[in-house]
Design a protein around this ligand. Sequence first.
Ligand code: PCA
Length: 301
Amino acid sequence: KWDLPTASPASNFHTENIAQFAADVDKASGGKLRIQVHPNASLFKAPEIKRAVQGGQAQAGEILLVNFENEDPLYGLDGIPFLATSYGESLKLYKASRKALDDKLAKQGMKLLFAVPWPPQGIYTKRTLASVNDMKGLKWRAYSPATAKIAELVGAQPMTVQAAEVSQALATGVIDSYMSSGATGFDSKTYEHIKNWYDTQAWLPKNAVIVNKKAFDALDKATQAALLKAAADAETRGWKLSEEKNGWYVAQLKGKGMNILKPSDQLTADLRRVGNHMLAEWQRKAGDDGKKVIEAYRAQQ
Ligand code: PCA
Protein backbone atom coordinates (compact mmCIF):
# COMPACT_ATOMS: atom_id res chain seq x y z
CA LYS A 1 0.00 0.00 0.00
CA TRP A 2 1.42 3.32 -1.09
CA ASP A 3 0.68 6.91 -0.13
CA LEU A 4 0.52 9.56 -2.84
CA PRO A 5 0.24 13.12 -1.49
CA THR A 6 -0.91 15.93 -3.80
CA ALA A 7 -1.51 19.64 -3.20
CA SER A 8 -4.76 20.18 -5.14
CA PRO A 9 -8.33 19.59 -3.98
CA ALA A 10 -10.01 16.29 -4.87
CA SER A 11 -12.22 18.04 -7.47
CA ASN A 12 -9.23 19.45 -9.42
CA PHE A 13 -8.65 17.76 -12.78
CA HIS A 14 -5.10 16.70 -11.83
CA THR A 15 -6.39 14.97 -8.72
CA GLU A 16 -9.27 13.32 -10.59
CA ASN A 17 -6.75 12.03 -13.11
CA ILE A 18 -4.54 10.66 -10.34
CA ALA A 19 -7.52 9.00 -8.65
CA GLN A 20 -8.25 7.23 -11.94
CA PHE A 21 -4.56 6.28 -12.19
CA ALA A 22 -4.68 4.74 -8.70
CA ALA A 23 -7.83 2.80 -9.60
CA ASP A 24 -6.17 1.53 -12.81
CA VAL A 25 -3.11 0.35 -10.89
CA ASP A 26 -5.26 -1.42 -8.34
CA LYS A 27 -7.14 -3.24 -11.09
CA ALA A 28 -4.16 -4.05 -13.31
CA SER A 29 -2.09 -5.36 -10.39
CA GLY A 30 -4.98 -7.50 -9.16
CA GLY A 31 -5.10 -5.51 -5.93
CA LYS A 32 -1.40 -6.09 -5.20
CA LEU A 33 -0.58 -2.38 -5.29
CA ARG A 34 -3.04 -0.03 -3.64
CA ILE A 35 -2.27 3.69 -3.93
CA GLN A 36 -3.97 5.99 -1.49
CA VAL A 37 -4.24 9.54 -2.86
CA HIS A 38 -4.07 12.33 -0.25
CA PRO A 39 -5.42 15.51 -1.92
CA ASN A 40 -5.40 19.13 -0.83
CA ALA A 41 -1.95 19.16 0.82
CA SER A 42 -3.44 17.09 3.64
CA LEU A 43 -0.41 14.85 4.12
CA PHE A 44 2.41 17.21 3.04
CA LYS A 45 2.38 20.83 1.90
CA ALA A 46 3.17 21.37 -1.79
CA PRO A 47 6.86 22.31 -1.37
CA GLU A 48 7.48 19.31 0.97
CA ILE A 49 6.15 16.55 -1.28
CA LYS A 50 9.31 16.10 -3.34
CA ARG A 51 11.51 15.60 -0.31
CA ALA A 52 8.95 13.27 1.26
CA VAL A 53 9.12 11.01 -1.81
CA GLN A 54 12.90 11.26 -1.93
CA GLY A 55 13.15 10.24 1.72
CA GLY A 56 10.55 7.49 1.41
CA GLN A 57 8.03 9.06 3.83
CA ALA A 58 5.67 8.77 0.87
CA GLN A 59 6.29 6.19 -1.86
CA ALA A 60 4.91 8.50 -4.54
CA GLY A 61 3.68 12.07 -4.84
CA GLU A 62 2.61 14.85 -7.16
CA ILE A 63 4.80 17.93 -7.44
CA LEU A 64 4.72 21.21 -9.33
CA LEU A 65 8.05 21.08 -11.17
CA VAL A 66 8.66 24.86 -11.23
CA ASN A 67 8.63 24.90 -7.43
CA PHE A 68 12.11 23.37 -7.57
CA GLU A 69 13.88 25.69 -9.99
CA ASN A 70 16.33 26.84 -7.30
CA GLU A 71 17.46 23.22 -6.95
CA ASP A 72 18.07 22.91 -10.67
CA PRO A 73 17.13 25.22 -13.57
CA LEU A 74 15.72 22.25 -15.49
CA TYR A 75 12.75 22.11 -13.10
CA GLY A 76 11.95 25.70 -14.06
CA LEU A 77 11.96 25.19 -17.83
CA ASP A 78 8.18 25.12 -18.29
CA GLY A 79 7.75 28.25 -16.15
CA ILE A 80 9.61 30.57 -18.51
CA PRO A 81 7.05 33.06 -19.85
CA PHE A 82 6.23 32.68 -23.55
CA LEU A 83 8.66 29.85 -24.28
CA ALA A 84 5.76 27.40 -24.81
CA THR A 85 2.29 28.94 -24.78
CA SER A 86 -0.06 26.30 -26.21
CA TYR A 87 -0.72 22.64 -25.50
CA GLY A 88 1.11 21.72 -28.72
CA GLU A 89 4.21 23.69 -27.81
CA SER A 90 4.04 22.51 -24.24
CA LEU A 91 4.08 18.88 -25.39
CA LYS A 92 7.12 19.59 -27.58
CA LEU A 93 8.89 21.19 -24.64
CA TYR A 94 8.06 18.15 -22.53
CA LYS A 95 9.38 15.75 -25.16
CA ALA A 96 12.59 17.78 -25.40
CA SER A 97 13.13 17.68 -21.65
CA ARG A 98 11.62 14.41 -20.39
CA LYS A 99 14.82 12.38 -20.48
CA ALA A 100 16.86 15.09 -18.76
CA LEU A 101 14.13 15.44 -16.14
CA ASP A 102 13.98 11.70 -15.47
CA ASP A 103 17.81 11.55 -15.25
CA LYS A 104 17.80 14.39 -12.75
CA LEU A 105 15.18 12.69 -10.61
CA ALA A 106 17.05 9.36 -10.88
CA LYS A 107 20.14 11.02 -9.39
CA GLN A 108 17.93 12.00 -6.46
CA GLY A 109 16.61 8.44 -6.02
CA MET A 110 13.30 8.97 -7.78
CA LYS A 111 11.56 8.23 -11.03
CA LEU A 112 9.18 10.25 -13.17
CA LEU A 113 5.89 8.43 -13.75
CA PHE A 114 4.01 11.06 -15.73
CA ALA A 115 3.57 14.81 -16.13
CA VAL A 116 0.48 16.85 -17.00
CA PRO A 117 0.29 20.61 -17.67
CA TRP A 118 -1.85 23.16 -15.91
CA PRO A 119 -3.91 25.24 -18.34
CA PRO A 120 -2.27 28.41 -19.74
CA GLN A 121 -1.41 31.10 -17.20
CA GLY A 122 -3.17 34.47 -17.08
CA ILE A 123 -3.22 37.42 -14.69
CA TYR A 124 -5.79 37.80 -11.91
CA THR A 125 -5.90 41.43 -10.83
CA LYS A 126 -8.20 43.88 -9.11
CA ARG A 127 -6.71 46.68 -11.22
CA THR A 128 -7.08 46.92 -14.96
CA LEU A 129 -3.77 46.72 -16.80
CA ALA A 130 -2.91 48.68 -19.93
CA SER A 131 0.81 47.92 -19.70
CA VAL A 132 3.26 46.46 -17.16
CA ASN A 133 3.56 49.96 -15.68
CA ASP A 134 0.17 49.31 -14.15
CA MET A 135 1.60 46.29 -12.31
CA LYS A 136 3.85 48.45 -10.14
CA GLY A 137 3.09 47.97 -6.47
CA LEU A 138 0.67 45.07 -6.93
CA LYS A 139 0.60 42.67 -3.98
CA TRP A 140 1.52 39.71 -6.12
CA ARG A 141 1.08 36.10 -5.13
CA ALA A 142 4.01 33.94 -6.30
CA TYR A 143 3.97 30.13 -6.44
CA SER A 144 7.50 29.62 -7.79
CA PRO A 145 10.86 31.38 -8.17
CA ALA A 146 9.84 32.45 -11.69
CA THR A 147 6.53 34.02 -10.65
CA ALA A 148 8.43 35.90 -7.91
CA LYS A 149 10.94 37.02 -10.53
CA ILE A 150 8.15 38.44 -12.69
CA ALA A 151 7.07 40.57 -9.74
CA GLU A 152 10.61 41.82 -9.32
CA LEU A 153 10.87 42.72 -13.02
CA VAL A 154 7.56 44.62 -13.14
CA GLY A 155 7.92 46.31 -9.75
CA ALA A 156 5.26 44.33 -7.91
CA GLN A 157 5.65 42.96 -4.36
CA PRO A 158 5.99 39.17 -4.42
CA MET A 159 4.57 37.04 -1.66
CA THR A 160 4.82 33.25 -1.80
CA VAL A 161 1.43 31.65 -1.20
CA GLN A 162 0.58 28.03 -2.02
CA ALA A 163 -2.58 27.36 -4.04
CA ALA A 164 -4.32 25.89 -0.98
CA GLU A 165 -3.90 29.24 0.81
CA VAL A 166 -4.80 31.65 -2.01
CA SER A 167 -8.41 32.08 -0.92
CA GLN A 168 -7.31 33.07 2.60
CA ALA A 169 -4.62 35.46 1.30
CA LEU A 170 -7.19 37.20 -0.92
CA ALA A 171 -9.74 37.45 1.87
CA THR A 172 -7.25 39.08 4.23
CA GLY A 173 -5.90 41.43 1.58
CA VAL A 174 -2.37 40.04 1.74
CA ILE A 175 -2.46 39.72 -2.07
CA ASP A 176 -4.44 41.48 -4.79
CA SER A 177 -3.09 39.75 -7.89
CA TYR A 178 -1.34 36.66 -9.25
CA MET A 179 -0.72 34.62 -12.35
CA SER A 180 -2.23 31.20 -12.73
CA SER A 181 -4.70 29.10 -14.69
CA GLY A 182 -8.45 29.29 -14.76
CA ALA A 183 -8.33 26.04 -12.79
CA THR A 184 -6.68 27.56 -9.74
CA GLY A 185 -8.82 30.70 -9.92
CA PHE A 186 -11.87 28.44 -9.83
CA ASP A 187 -10.56 26.10 -7.10
CA SER A 188 -9.67 29.07 -4.86
CA LYS A 189 -12.87 31.03 -5.60
CA THR A 190 -10.74 33.98 -6.69
CA TYR A 191 -13.86 35.43 -8.37
CA GLU A 192 -15.15 36.38 -4.92
CA HIS A 193 -12.35 38.93 -4.62
CA ILE A 194 -10.98 39.75 -8.07
CA LYS A 195 -12.92 40.77 -11.17
CA ASN A 196 -10.31 40.64 -13.94
CA TRP A 197 -8.42 37.80 -15.57
CA TYR A 198 -6.09 38.66 -18.46
CA ASP A 199 -5.84 35.65 -20.71
CA THR A 200 -2.11 36.04 -21.47
CA GLN A 201 -1.46 32.33 -22.19
CA ALA A 202 2.06 32.90 -20.93
CA TRP A 203 3.15 29.33 -20.04
CA LEU A 204 1.80 25.92 -18.99
CA PRO A 205 3.63 24.63 -15.91
CA LYS A 206 3.48 20.88 -15.35
CA ASN A 207 2.67 18.74 -12.36
CA ALA A 208 4.71 15.55 -12.21
CA VAL A 209 3.87 12.33 -10.43
CA ILE A 210 7.07 10.85 -9.09
CA VAL A 211 7.93 7.66 -7.27
CA ASN A 212 10.66 6.67 -4.85
CA LYS A 213 13.08 4.45 -6.77
CA LYS A 214 13.53 1.92 -3.95
CA ALA A 215 9.76 1.57 -3.59
CA PHE A 216 9.49 1.03 -7.34
CA ASP A 217 12.33 -1.51 -7.40
CA ALA A 218 10.71 -3.44 -4.56
CA LEU A 219 7.68 -4.24 -6.77
CA ASP A 220 7.65 -7.46 -8.78
CA LYS A 221 8.08 -7.10 -12.53
CA ALA A 222 4.42 -7.55 -13.39
CA THR A 223 3.36 -4.87 -10.91
CA GLN A 224 6.04 -2.50 -12.22
CA ALA A 225 4.72 -3.02 -15.74
CA ALA A 226 1.14 -2.43 -14.57
CA LEU A 227 2.20 0.79 -12.85
CA LEU A 228 4.07 2.10 -15.90
CA LYS A 229 1.19 1.26 -18.21
CA ALA A 230 -1.30 3.06 -15.96
CA ALA A 231 1.13 6.02 -15.79
CA ALA A 232 1.39 6.26 -19.57
CA ASP A 233 -2.41 6.17 -19.82
CA ALA A 234 -2.71 8.84 -17.11
CA GLU A 235 -0.32 11.08 -19.00
CA THR A 236 -2.29 10.87 -22.26
CA ARG A 237 -5.60 11.28 -20.44
CA GLY A 238 -4.27 14.16 -18.29
CA TRP A 239 -3.10 16.25 -21.24
CA LYS A 240 -6.51 15.85 -22.90
CA LEU A 241 -8.36 16.61 -19.69
CA SER A 242 -6.30 19.75 -19.05
CA GLU A 243 -7.08 21.12 -22.50
CA GLU A 244 -10.76 20.18 -22.36
CA LYS A 245 -11.29 21.55 -18.87
CA ASN A 246 -9.44 24.79 -19.62
CA GLY A 247 -12.47 26.10 -21.50
CA TRP A 248 -14.80 24.85 -18.78
CA TYR A 249 -12.83 26.59 -16.02
CA VAL A 250 -12.75 29.91 -17.88
CA ALA A 251 -16.49 29.63 -18.54
CA GLN A 252 -17.08 29.12 -14.80
CA LEU A 253 -15.08 32.27 -14.00
CA LYS A 254 -17.19 34.19 -16.50
CA GLY A 255 -20.35 32.73 -15.03
CA LYS A 256 -19.24 33.99 -11.63
CA GLY A 257 -19.02 37.50 -13.05
CA MET A 258 -15.35 37.77 -13.94
CA ASN A 259 -14.15 39.78 -16.93
CA ILE A 260 -12.07 37.52 -19.17
CA LEU A 261 -9.84 40.00 -20.94
CA LYS A 262 -7.55 39.90 -23.92
CA PRO A 263 -4.33 41.73 -22.97
CA SER A 264 -3.62 44.92 -24.93
CA ASP A 265 -0.84 44.88 -27.52
CA GLN A 266 1.23 46.99 -25.15
CA LEU A 267 0.76 44.65 -22.19
CA THR A 268 1.55 41.66 -24.41
CA ALA A 269 4.73 43.28 -25.76
CA ASP A 270 5.83 44.28 -22.26
CA LEU A 271 5.24 40.78 -20.87
CA ARG A 272 7.10 39.23 -23.78
CA ARG A 273 10.08 41.42 -22.90
CA VAL A 274 9.92 40.10 -19.37
CA GLY A 275 9.84 36.57 -20.80
CA ASN A 276 12.83 37.17 -23.06
CA HIS A 277 14.81 38.49 -20.13
CA MET A 278 13.92 35.41 -18.07
CA LEU A 279 14.77 33.02 -20.90
CA ALA A 280 18.21 34.61 -21.30
CA GLU A 281 18.79 34.37 -17.57
CA TRP A 282 17.61 30.76 -17.51
CA GLN A 283 19.96 29.83 -20.34
CA ARG A 284 22.91 31.38 -18.52
CA LYS A 285 22.10 29.35 -15.42
CA ALA A 286 21.23 26.10 -17.19
CA GLY A 287 24.47 26.00 -19.22
CA ASP A 288 25.10 23.26 -21.78
CA ASP A 289 22.38 20.91 -20.51
CA GLY A 290 19.82 23.69 -20.85
CA LYS A 291 21.11 24.64 -24.26
CA LYS A 292 20.62 21.09 -25.51
CA VAL A 293 17.04 20.99 -24.26
CA ILE A 294 16.17 24.34 -25.87
CA GLU A 295 17.76 23.19 -29.14
CA ALA A 296 15.81 19.93 -29.06
CA TYR A 297 12.64 21.97 -28.45
CA ARG A 298 13.29 24.44 -31.26
CA ALA A 299 14.17 21.61 -33.65
CA GLN A 300 10.58 20.33 -33.42
CA GLN A 301 9.06 23.67 -34.42
N1 PCA B 1 -2.03 26.44 -10.66
C1 PCA B 1 -0.97 26.27 -9.70
C2 PCA B 1 0.29 26.28 -10.50
C3 PCA B 1 -0.08 26.69 -11.85
C4 PCA B 1 -1.56 26.70 -11.88
O1 PCA B 1 -2.24 26.88 -12.87
C5 PCA B 1 -0.95 27.39 -8.70
O2 PCA B 1 -1.46 28.48 -8.97
O3 PCA B 1 -0.35 27.19 -7.65
